[in-house]
Design a protein around this ligand. Structure first.
Ligand code: ZN
Length: 307
């Protein structure tokens, strides 16, 4: 299996004359990628510009971040050709790796806009190297800029930042410095949601469990679902006693806790995520907590709005 580390540069609509096109808020102008083999040695490079078809003037903010001239793009091919070449170059047996969570999502959004086939029929496993860096070298929560990680690891800065290829290249360099033990922490892109109960994602990581549900017609419907609101010990797989009522600080995140006689206290967090056409889906995490954390949760009750 190959690792495809990629990065995109994109443009956005400006306020006023050329407003945002809802289906494609970010139009990809460049795809840069590095292919690494299982030993994390670089075996291939991809770098292509894209001739824009949606936004024909540079967004004021984007312009400062990336260093592409729109005139430079005149002789390039359109997105479907470039993306098609990119995917062919990637090959069939690969996993995508990006700095942060956005690129794989935006790649698929651009592909959908041009009527290309989806990359997968459901949520897609990938590596968020920004997250892996945090797990490997920091607290797992901080999210650093790519250049910070490069400096932190003392990677030689031999090409300028902020072009798709160079950022993919530096991301690959950071990835190659990571201890393999963090590679169990992959992420899921949910551009394509699970369609049926059977397609839902249920994963047990080293210290928590994750569930990504199918789509529901409404939040109310989701919050009635037994699996969404069930409190389980993921080690035993059994439903366990609830130790507090479900509560929510904001109507988007819901918290609960339970107790397993064998494994102890668990904290459950249910996040209601918006999908297309006013539908919702659920990302639920379950993790073990100490009795002290449990008591803190009870005290706080997150300004309870009980459901
Ligand atoms: Zn248990």
């Amino acid at each position: 299996m190959d690792y495809i580390v990629f990065d995109l540069e994109w443009n956005q609509g400006n306020d006023g004359k050329e407003g945002e096109v809802k289906e494609i808020p970010f139009e990809i102008l460049e795809i840069g990628a590095v292919k690494m083999n299982e030993d994390l040695a670089i075996t291939g490079k991809f770098s292509r510009l894209v001739k824009p078809q949606v936004y024909h003037e540079m967004n004021q903010i984007t312009e400062k971040l990336i260093h592409i001239d729109l005139e430079e793009l005149e002789g390039e091919e359109y997105f479907p050709e470039v993306a098609g070449d990119f995917l062919e170059w990637c090959g069939k047996d690969c996993i995508f790796c990006t700095w942060g969570q956005m690129d794989l999502h935006e790649l698929q959004k651009n592909m959908k806009y041009y009527g290309m086939e989806p990359l997968e029929n459901g949520p897609m496993k990938f590596y968020d190297v920004q997250k892996l860096f945090s797990i490997g070298f920091e607290d797992g929560k901080a999210r650093r800029a790519l250049e910070y990680a490069v400096d932190f690891l003392g990677v030689e800065k031999d090409i300028p930042f902020h072009r798709a290829f160079s950022d993919a290249y530096y991301t690959a360099k950071v990835m190659a410095r990571l201890d393999r033990s963090v590679f169990g922490n992959y992420s899921f892109d949910v551009f394509v949601k699970p369609k049926t109960r059977k397609d839902e994602i249920r994963i047990v990581f080293q210290d928590y469990a994750k569930y990504i549900s199918r789509e529901f017609g409404s939040k109310a419907e989701a919050l009635e679902d037994r699996e969404v609101m069930g409190v389980k010990c993921y080690l035993c797989g059994r439903n366990i006693k609830r130790k507090m009522k479900w509560c929510t600080p904001n109507g988007k995140h819901y918290y609960c806790a339970g107790y397993c006689d064998v494994h102890g206290y668990v904290k459950v967090k249910v996040r209601v995520k918006k999908s297309e056409d006013d539908k919702v889906y659920i990302v639920k995490t379950t993790k073990f907590i100490s009795e002290e954390e449990m008591n803190k949760m009870r005290e706080k009750r997150m300004k309870p709005k009980l459901i």
